[in-house]
Design a protein around this ligand. Structure first.
Ligand code: ADP
Ligand code: MG
Ligand code: MG
Length: 888
């Protein structure tokens, strides 16, 4: 209670890694590193509770805060021998925001806080390096004016650029002490002119200004939007970290850098990162100078002549690489680190679990398990199932001709082609129109997130491997080439030029984030191979999993694809999809347009051999794995011609009058087709359709079993059942056909007849239906429609505002509504099992491929989930995680 400030430094800390909620991610890990005895500049964290207090109390601070900050500053003074606010012996601080997890929109870090016209002189004298002192001061004025006082940094950059231009300088490091002194004068003038107030000279004012600005940024529009999208409550708040400065800009033996303990693109176990000599803070990520490689190995691979940290500062490097190993083992995960070296001495400024591509995530998880740092189960739990999608990204066909127009850094793997666009708005608009674009920017910032989302690929002219564009693209799994310094972007004329070639907005280019190449035009792509790590992890997942994973497939191609992704059967074969091809649709129309049962039977006789061949193929491909076939489901008018000219064609082909066709189409019209004459209702009116399908299934089962030697046990599924008698009626027809085929063929066929539970009444009456139904498959698409009374095809026009106003948490057609629809699923499962203990239970709606819904299915005790082929790996992993979580 009433403890608002947590100190860290000198091998001790009041906080720890577990206190992330109170201290934010950055603060908690700074405390942890300090407790581990690592070299962390001393500082303190103002807790997230202060942020909550601030907004609950009219933007004021709790009573004891000032006192606790004073105490913490006194501790630092004791440790460092310097005092914050003492112009004759100044202590400089950084002020850093830090939410529970790093969040776009939060205030950028302010460095060198505490500098003023007097203390800068003291620092120049004490360090004997006036250049360093004034370089630090100009950085401080720019950062503080920008992030705390809201004066755009471009104005400062313009001053610096024109100064460099006049003096004939190229790099910032060319500027002398006097140059920086002059710049500082100009900077202060700019602030005074623009803000009509002098730049604050009192360090106390600066500090509280900084702390307040961090809390203000919690309610910045960008932060609010981000929280809304990611379901982060506003009352989490952000912490503020105030830390004594260490200086990477104190000359040639000072540096600053960022590192990953393993390669975040490939997962390879090798220290990976970048640094800059004589630089501070965000110079590395800002892409102002091209950073150097950390290790010799990486330098050689990159073909760079700039020395690596390993070669340039071997002692600091050795200590750093030891700390990397220690932190990785301590957190048992790949770490993303920030460090600064001041006159040869290493300081640690940040550690956190590193963002990575899915490919890297798989390699790192399997490697960490092999190294004994985590268990196989933990490895399975470490991978985000939805992220497996990334593995399915195409790469450029090595045989394709490449017209390389520029080269940058291979910032995020995979390749993509699209029209050039220069703004995020354009990217979004194009995406909405179904066009593919490559977003081309000088560099990206958090405002570009939506544009990066909409684009197929990203290209930037500036920025390294750890630039904003690179980090965000890897997280999204989008191909990205960063730092392509050879390209020139002209925003006014909307052109991209390289050498004397110019490309317009709308021209097609390809970015290859695996090689760093930018290519002209669209290029042939290859589907990716799944890695060995993927296979290993999926094996571990399969071992942990208790639910089976099947696929929704009706074509041989889909079935084969699903099998290669590890599907263990077909959970839903939609037979209607088989009736649209070639001459089948005509036979189908003939059946629908027939006057009577005899006419229908004649048309069905034409469909029977085709349907039999389809099923034989599927059984053959699935080799004895279970196959659930659903009887014809959609309303018949879906098969009929819509346009006048189509109707004429049909009339001609079937030798009917056009009036007849028109009239029949009109009779079949329904006001609410989704609640109309469909599902088992078709079989009730036209039992000969169900007869034909049942015969096709049984004959195919016999054929396939004879051909492959693997016995086939078809599962026949009756759709849209609401009352038991309708199910019984149709089951009776199916049983009769089965008996007939067995007699004709003189074989025994094992089969099951079950139902799709997709109407609330079926779930409510599951105990009755289970008396005769041998399996249930929850059809959660229709069950969601009928439970909510929302038409899935019309929902888009009105569900948007529901989500925007927080009336629903998620689109119930994407992730199962567990409280409502899920309750019906649970009830159906329980009631079904009460009657028939061994009843087989599965799910075959879109939700069968949604990780959160899969966890729910586990909790209900379903036997399997079924999803589209591309989601099978996701479902296998999600089911494994569901089983592991359930066990805990
Ligand atoms: P971000 O969340 O954007 O990574 P940080 O708070 O980590 O922001 O700050 C960015 C950079 O500022 C750090 O990587 C580091 O280089 C520099 N920095 C922060 N605090 C200090 C400090 N106490 N001394 C020196 N540099 C610092
Ligand atoms: Mg930042
Ligand atoms: Mg950082």
């Amino acid at each position: 209670m009433d403890k608002w400030v947590y100190e860290f430094g000198d091998g001790r800390a009041e906080g720890s890694a577990e206190m992330r909620n109170l201290l934010g991610g950055k603060g908690a890990n700074l405390a942890e590193m300090s407790s581990l005895g690592l070299p962390v500049p001393p500082g303190f964290t103002v807790t997230t509770e202060v942020c909550t207090y601030y907004y609950d109390n009219d933007k004021s601070f709790p009573a004891l805060l000032t006192e606790q900050v004073e105490t913490a500053l006194a501790t630092i003074a004791q440790l460092s021998g310097r005092r914050f606010g003492d112009d004759d012996n100044p202590l400089l601080m950084s002020v850093r925001s830090g939410a529970r997890s790093s969040m776009p929109g939060m205030m950028d870090t302010v460095l060198n806080l505490g500098l003023n016209d007097k203390s800068v002189e003291t620092i120049a004298d004490q360090s004997g390096d006036a250049r360093f002192a004034y370089d630090s001061y100009r950085r401080f004025i720019q950062m503080y004016s920008d992030v705390v006082m809201g004066l755009d940094h471009h104005a400062f950059e313009d001053i610096l650029e024109s100064f460099k231009h006049r003096a004939g300088y190229v790099l910032d490091t060319d500027l002398t002490a006097d140059d920086w002194k002059n710049i500082v004068v100009e900077y202060k003038k700019l602030v005074e002119n623009e803000l009509e107030t002098p730049f604050p000279q009192d360090p106390q004012d600066q500090l509280w200004g900084g702390i307040g600005a961090v809390f203000q940024s919690w309610m910045a529009p960008r932060a609010i939007t981000y929280r809304a999208i990611n379901n982060i409550p506003a009352n989490w708040g952000t912490a503020v970290n105030v830390q004594s400065m260490v200086f990477g800009n104190m000359g040639e033996d000072s540096a600053t850098g960022v590192a990953f303990t393993r390669n975040p693109s490939t997962g390879e176990k090798a220290l990976y990162g970048e640094f800059l000599i004589n630089a501070q803070g965000e110079d590395v990520v800002a892409g102002i100078r091209t950073p150097q490689n950390l290790t010799e190995a990486a330098r050689i691979e990159a073909g760079s002549d700039e020395p690596s940290l390993e070669a340039k500062m071997p002692e600091a490097f050795a200590e750093f690489s030891k700390i990397c190993d220690q932190l990785e083992a301590h957190y048992s995960d790949m770490q993303d680190l920030e460090f600064t070296i001041q006159e040869g001495k290493l300081w640690m400024l940040q550690t956190r679990s590193g963002k990575r591509t899915t490919k890297a995530a798989l390699k790192i998880a399997t490697d960490l398990a092999a190294e004994g740092l985590i268990s196989k189960e933990e490895a399975v739990l470490r991978i985000d199932p939805a992220a497996l999608d990334q593995l399915l990204h195409p790469t450029i066909d090595p045989a394709a001709k490449r017209n390389v127009i520029a080269k940058g850094l291979p910032a995020s793997p995979g390749a993509a082609s699209g029209e050039i666009v220069f703004t995020s708005e354009e990217a979004q608009d194009a995406k909405a129109q179904g066009r593919s674009v490559v977003l081309v920017r000088v560099e990206t910032s958090p405002e570009d997130i939506h544009g990066m989302h909409a684009a197929e690929g990203i290209l930037t002219a500036r920025g390294g491997m750890t630039s904003h564009a690179a980090v965000v693209a890897r997280g999204m799994g989008k191909p990205c080439v960063s730092g392509a310094s050879g390209i020139r972007i002209d925003l006014r004329n909307e052109t991209l030029s390289v050498g004397d070639k110019t490309y317009q907005r709308g021209d097609i280019i390809t970015v290859d984030g695996t090689s760093g190449q930018v290519l002209e035009g669209e290029i042939a792509m290859l589907q990716p191979e799944l890695s060995e790590d993927f296979a290993t992890l999926m094996q571990w997942a399969d071992a942990a999993r208790t639910m089976a994973v099947r696929t929704n497939a009706e074509t041989p191609a889909d079935a084969r694809m699903a099998l290669s992704f590890g599907a263990e059967g077909i959970g839903l074969c939609r037979t209607e999809h088989m009736f649209f091809d070639g001459d089948r649709i005509m036979a189908m129309r003939e059946m629908i347009l027939a006057e009577d049962a005899a006419g229908r039977r004649a048309a069905l006789d034409k469909l029977l051999p085709m349907q039999t061949a389809d099923f034989t193929d599927l059984f053959d491909i699935m080799r004895g794995k279970p196959v659930t076939i659903r009887l014809l489901d959609p309303p018949l008018h879906e098969f009929l011609p819509q346009s006048e000219s189509d109707m004429e064609d049909v009339a001609k082909a079937l030798n009917l009058s056009i009036d007849k066709v028109r009239q029949r189409t009109r009779t079949l019209h329904e006001f609410n087709p989704m609640l109309g004459h469909r599902g088992c209702r078709l079989a009730v009116s036209y039992p000969e359709i169900a007869d034909m399908q049942a015969r096709a299934i049984f004959e195919a089962a016999v054929e396939a079993a004879q051909k492959t030697g693997a016995p086939v046990t078809p599962e026949i599924m009756v759709p849209l059942v609401s009352v038991k008698p309708e199910f019984d009626l149709i089951k009776g027809r199916i049983d009769a056909v089965a008996a007939l085929v067995m007699k004709e063929r003189d074989v025994e066929i094992k089969y099951q007849v079950g139902t799709m539970v997709e109407l609330p009444r079926a779930a409510l009456q599951a105990h009755r239906i289970a008396e005769t139904a041998e399996f249930f498959s929850f059809g959660t698409n229709d069950l969601t429609q009928t439970t909510f009374g929302i038409s899935r095809d019309d929902a888009a026009s009105f569900l948007g505002p529901y989500a925007a106003q927080g009336l629903i948490e998620q689109d119930p057609f994407v992730s199962l509504d567990q409280d409502g629809v899920g309750e019906l699923v649970r009830m159906g499962a329980e009631r079904g099992r009460a009657t028939r203990a061994d009843i087989k239970l599965g799910i075959c709606g879109e939700h069968g491929g949604d990780p959160a819904s899969i966890i729910f299915c586990q909790s209900v005790g379903l036997d399997y989930v079924s999803c589209s082929p591309y989601r099978v790996p996701i479902a296998r992993l999600a089911a494994a995680q569901a089983a592991l979580m359930h066990r805990k």
